[in-house]
Design a protein around this ligand. Structure first.
Ligand code: NCD
Ligand code: ZN
Length: 355
C-alpha cells in the first residue's frame, strides 16, 4: 500500500544552531516543504535582525547539504524555513512592525518563563504585554503559545488545562481578533477549547502525542526519550488528540515539536525535555492515522490546514510517497561530531516509511 501527498509543512520545529543544523536541516528538508522554526536558542531570537542571521545560517547549511547529497538536491532545494520571534518583556512594539514588514517572520512565540527548555527569558506576567498583543492583533501577527502555567503548586499533568482556563481565557477575551496557535496540545481540554473558539484560533499536534501516553514513559522502567513538554497525558487525552488530528477540522494541523538533545543530556539524573522525531516524522504520523483507519485525512492535516491558517499558499510540489512497509528506527543518529541523538521510538519497527 502506498499514499502520496504534496510535500507537507511542519508548523513547529526546533532546528537548534551551529553544527547540529547538519542533522536537523537534513532530516527536516527531506520530508518538509516549509518548517516553522522555533526561536528558543541559547541566545534567543528576540529581534528581526537575529532572525535574518539565523535564517542565513540555516540556508547556508542547506546549501552544504545539497552539495553533499547531489542525488537528493532537487528535493532538498525546496526547503524554506519560516522564522519566529521569541517574545520577552523587552520586545518593543516597533519590532512588531519590522517583523510584519520583513516577510520572513511568521509568528511570535510566547514561552511562560521557566515552562520548558530555554524559556528562562520568557514571560513572567502575560498581562504586562497587553500593548504588544493589541498591536499584534492590529497587524494580524500570529501568537504561538507554549500553553502551560509555571506555578510550582500546579501539578505537571494539569499545567496545560490551567493555562487554558486562566491565561488563554484572558487572551481570547481581551484580544478577540488575535490570531493564536496553541502549540503541541496534549489534553481533551485543549481540543475542546480550540473547537469552540473562532477560526483564527488553531493548534498544532505532534506525532509523539498521538503515539504515546504517560504510561509509555514508565513502561518497564523510566523512558527519558519519551519525556517532553507538555508531558504526555492519560490515554483518553491521547485518544482525543487522535480524534482531533483525524477529524478533518482545519484548526488542527501538523507540528512535530521535534526537539533534539544529545543522548547524554536525556539519559541523565536531570534529563532534558524534548523528543527528536524529524528523522522520520511523516512515518510516525502515518502510523498514528493508520491506527484509526484515517490515513486519507493525513494529506490535509499535513499539507493544507496549516498553510491556510497562516494565510500562505498551500504547498504544490513535489510529492512525497509513504509506503506501508517495515521501517526500523535506528538506536541513535549522529547529532554533532561528539554527540548522538536518540530518535523517537528508537529500536522499534514502524509500519510506514517515506520513500
Ligand atoms: C522543546 C526544546 O527542547 O526546545 N522541548 C520540549 O520538550 N518540547 C521546547 C518546547 O517546545 O517546549
Ligand atoms: Zn517546541
Amino acid at each position: 500500500m502506498q499514499i502520496t501527498l504534496t510535500k507537507p509543512d511542519d508548523w513547529h520545529i526546533h532546528l537548534r544552531e551551529g553544527e547540529t543544523l547538519n542533522r536537523t536541516v537534513y532530516d527536516a528538508a527531506r520530508q518538509f516543504n516549509r518548517v516553522m522554526v522555533m526561536p528558543n536558542l541559547v541566545n534567543p531570537i528576540t529581534s528581526v535582525d537575529k532572525a535574518i542571521a539565523y535564517k542565513k545560517q540555516i540556508l547556508a547549511t542547506l546549501d552544504k547539504l545539497i552539495e553533499q547529497h547531489p542525488e537528493e538536491a532537487q528535493n532538498l532545494a525546496h526547503f524554506t524555513p519560516l522564522m519566529t520571534l521569541y517574545l520577552t518583556h523587552d520586545l518593543a512594539p516597533s519590532e512588531l512592525e519590522l517583523a510584519k514588514a520583513s516577510g520572513i517572520i511568521h509568528g511570535i512565540k510566547l514561552y511562560p518563563m521557566g515552562a520548558t527548555t530555554l524559556s528562562d527569558k520568557g514571560i513572567s506576567d502575560i498581562k504586562k504585554l497587553a500593548p504588544i498583543f493589541g498591536r499584534m492583533q492590529e497587524l494580524g501577527l500570529v501568537l504561538q503559545l507554549h500553553g502551560e502555567v509555571t506555578h510550582p503548586d500546579v501539578d505537571i499533568f494539569d499545567k496545560e488545562k490551567v493555562f487554558i482556563e486562566t491565561e488563554l481565557a484572558y487572551l481570547t477575551q481581551t484580544f478577540p481578533h488575535l490570531k493564536i496557535v496553541l502549540e503541541h496540545i496534549t489534553t481533551e481540554e485543549a481540543v475542546a477549547f480550540v473547537l469552540n473558539a473562532p477560526k483564527h484560533i488553531g493548534a498544532t499536534i505532534t506525532a509523539h502525542h498521538l503515539l504515546i501516553n504517560r504510561n509509555d514513559m514508565f513502561h518497564k522502567g523510566i523512558r527519558p526519550h519519551h519525556y517532553c513538554l507538555p508531558i504526555a497525558k492519560r490515554k483518553h487525552h491521547q485518544e482525543k488528540l487522535l480524534w482531533a488530528a483525524t477529524s478533518g477540522n482545519p484548526k488542527f494541523f501538523l507540528g512535530t515539536d521535534s526537539a533534539p538533545h544529545a543522548q547524554h543530556k536525556k539519559e541523565n539524573a536531570c534529563g532534558c525535555a524534548g523528543i527528536y522525531s524529524a528523522n522520520d516524522a511523516l512515518a510516525y504520523y502515518a502510523m498514528a492515522f493508520d491506527k484509526v483507519g484515517k490515513l486519507s485525512l493525513l494529506p490535509d492535516f499535513a499539507t493544507r490546514f496549516g498553510a491556510q491558517f497562516y494565510g500562505l499558499p498551500v504547498s504544490e510540489t513535489p510529492l512525497v510517497a509513504l509506503l506501508k512497509q517495515t521501517n526500523l528506527i535506528p538506536e541513535s543518529l549522529p547529532l554533532t561530531q561528539q554527540d548522538e541523538v536518540v530518535p523517537f521510538m528508537a529500536g522499534q519497527t514502524l509500519t510506514w516509511c517515506t520513500q
